[in-house]
Design a protein around this ligand. Sequence first.
Ligand SMILES: Cc1cc2nc3c(=O)[nH]c(=O)nc-3n(C[C@H](O)[C@H](O)[C@H](O)COP(=O)(O)O)c2cc1C
Length: 152
Amino acid sequence: MLSIVIYDSQFGNTEKIAQAIANSIPSAKALRVGETDPEDLKGVGLLIIGSPTQGGRATVALQEFLESIPTGTLTKTKVAAFDTRFSEKNSNFLLKLIIRTFDYAAPKIAKTLESKGGKLIIPPEGFIVSGKEGPMAEGELERAKLWGSKLS
Ligand SMILES: Cc1cc2nc3c(=O)[nH]c(=O)nc-3n(C[C@H](O)[C@H](O)[C@H](O)COP(=O)(O)O)c2cc1C
């Protein structure tokens, strides 16, 4: 089964999570958005998409990529979505309000993948960064490997 992780990353944290997930899936590869054409996704068995949460959504590049997947492309594809994000628990009042209002990127990615025909096989997941530019919070890379190992 062909398995691909497609991600975007501004500061490198989501890239690390994407690679940890790809390493935990037999013969999977991680590709940055832009390295693959949405038309090439036909025939992919397992597609995992991840993005930093920015303003409650995926990055613009990743959103554009998702929107450009032709409808029905993923009808035979298992899909999963993840993001990186701030922890609501450790946020100040304003950030908590932003998070509660706009939510995170992964649920929106999952919805779009389903709208293209993909079969969601695990709930959307978020991995916590300790600041805007990282690093990932303690234990998150290990948690990503574990999450990835449940997918295949
Ligand atoms: C412009 C911008 C907007 C952001 N908005 C949110 C947000 O709405 N919610 C959140 O949890 N984190 C937010 N963050 C923090 C990012 O999720 C964090 O920078 C990201 O996880 C880092 O991943 P990267 O190293 O792959 O870019 C934002 C960061 C930036 C730069």
